[in-house]
Design a protein around this ligand. Structure first.
Ligand SMILES: [Mg+2]
Length: 236
């Protein structure tokens, strides 16, 4: 089977293999519940989301995949005057609950098994701290189903930087043009991969499929099996 020249698959982690947004929501509610006597939960959530969106935009512009969640909480709790120690403990608890509660999407495990069945090595290419991201893969039971993990925190550059995609291809011993990358972020995953000479598919879970996107990872494996993935060379 030709599979359009694909010899290995690279997958994003957060919001592609695992439900990062769900974990953020759960951790937010867990933390807010401990403050509920004093706060207007709705207003805190609105400010938490607004601060998160602004910090993400700033981080994207700076080429960084993360921001300080303590600062995000400081803005969310604006007007409540939490002490420095309270903010430290809130940020630590939020991060701990978020990492502990992350779940794989239901299609993650069957899709990884199917890719294995197709003889395609899989590398997880994720923006984040290597230790934390590997711990998520262990906790969700997905680590034994992948061949390699490349975390941007270990590289010192983050997606969409081309070096990330080169490192992912090297980790599974294929050329960039033989790698197919799939992820949920249009800039980090799709545009970044194509600029690096890697074919890319956008995972858009709440959208109807298109020639360039699929709704989940099993749709991706089906397209690979049927040879229906776009053959347009990367970067075009
Ligand atoms: Mg992602």
């Amino acid at each position: 089977m030709m599979r359009n020249g694909t010899r290995a698959v690279s997958l994003d982690l957060d919001n592609t293999l695992v439900d990062h947004s769900g974990a953020v929501g759960f951790a937010f509610r867990t933390v807010v519940d401990t403050l509920a006597e004093r706060v207007d939960t709705y207003a805190v959530e609105r400010r938490f989301r607004a601060a998160g969106a602004r910090f993400k935009a700033e981080a994207d512009r700076a080429g960084l995949p993360w921001w300080d969640v303590r600062e995000q909480w400081a803005e969310a709790l604006d007007g409540l005057n939490p002490s420095e120690a309270e903010l430290d403990s809130i940020a630590a608890r939020f991060t701990e609950v978020m990492d502990r509660s992350v779940r794989p999407f239901p299609d993650a495990r069957p899709a990884l098994l199917r890719l294995g069945g197709l003889g395609l090595p899989v590398v997880v290419l994720t923006n984040g701290d290597g230790r934390r991201q590997r711990a998520k893969l262990v906790r969700t039971g997905l680590l034994p189903l992948v061949d390699a993990v490349v975390a941007s925190g270990d590289l010192g550059v983050h997606k969409p930087h081309a070096r990330c995609f080169a490192a992912a291809a090297a980790a599974v011993n294929v050329a960039s043009a033989e790698l197919l990358h799939a992820g949920d972020d249009a800039v980090h995953d799709v545009r970044g991969a194509r600029a690096a000479g890697v074919r890319a598919v956008h995972i858009r879970r709440d959208h109807p499929p298109s020639p360039d996107s699929v709704s989940d990872l099993l749709a991706l494996t089906a397209r690979l099996q049927e040879g229906r993935l776009r053959t347009t060379p990367a970067g075009q």
